[in-house]
Design a protein around this ligand. Structure first.
Ligand SMILES: [Zn+2]
Length: 249
């Protein structure tokens, strides 16, 4: 019934871009104006964490295989991370609308961006996993945006997606206003691999999906849990990642 009503409404009311309000062809599509405002991450970037080298190395092909200063000083617990967009005012609007605004139909617009950022990693992985939400947060939000992205990506690249392989062992407070040290402490040990999936994941190459990478504390905690049960590799792809000016010096 709901489907019929939705279809009828779609036929009468034009679909609008969730960001600019412009009329678009189908629900969840971003308008050309919204896409133009986005800052896409391009090579060269750090071969580990994927932070773009924008100012210093932009013209220099020799440096394509470089690590950023932060990864050189301390290797992240995941293998490689890539992101489609710089997390800025514009991509933040998209992510907040997707996370809290019930715009789940945006998945079809966002998955191609994610796919472009992780083509090589997606081809190499055995299985795709989303960063899980604690069930209490899931009840509040009704859906896990990372699971929607992972499912869409898995469908596109034809790789299996295990939605319940990673679990949150405890409810963590939001990371938003915490510094790097507090973020790490907040999520340390907060994830585990569900017993049911340990055997399936041993020796596998995992591609972990989340919406945003800031300090990397969350995906590092997931990677640590995955390596503890013997996965072969953990790569990470997110829709956006923060890029500080200090990352480029
Ligand atoms: Zn790096």
């Amino acid at each position: 019934m709901l489907k019929i009503v939705t279809r009828a409404l779609n036929a009468v009311l034009p679909s609008r871009c969730p960001l600019t309000g412009e009329i678009v062809e189908s629900p969840g599509l971003l308008s050309a104006q919204a896409i133009q405002a986005l800052d896409f991450i391009e090579k060269p970037f750090c071969k580990s964490c994927g932070v773009p080298f924008r100012f210093v190395y932009a013209q220099d092909d020799i440096h394509h295989d470089m690590e950023c200063a932060s990864c050189a000083a301390r290797k992240p617990s995941f293998d490689r991370a890539r992101a489609a967009l710089v997390y800025d005012q514009e991509s933040r609007k998209i992510i907040l609308a997707f996370k809290h605004g019930d715009h789940i139909h945006m998945t079809s617009s966002l998955v191609p961006l994610l796919r472009k950022a992780c083509e090589e990693m997606a081809a190499e992985c055995d299985v795709i996993l989303p960063v899980p939400l604690h069930w209490l947060r899931m009840v509040k939000r009704r859906y896990n945006q990372a699971a929607l992205l992972a499912t869409g990506l898995g469908h596109d690249v034809q790789k299996p997606v295990l939605l319940e392989a990673l679990e949150r062992t405890r409810y963590t407070t939001t990371q938003g206003h915490k510094n790097v040290k507090d973020r790490k402490a907040n999520v340390r040990g907060a994830f585990r691999v569900s017993k049911k999936f340990i055997k399936d994941l041993k020796g596998k190459k995992v591609l972990l999906v989340d919406d945003v990478l800031t300090t990397g504390a969350t995906v590092e905690a997931c990677a640590t849990a995955l390596y503890a049960i013997g996965v072969a590799r953990v790569d990470v792809v997110t829709l956006a990642r923060t890029v500080k000016a200090s990352d480029n010096v």
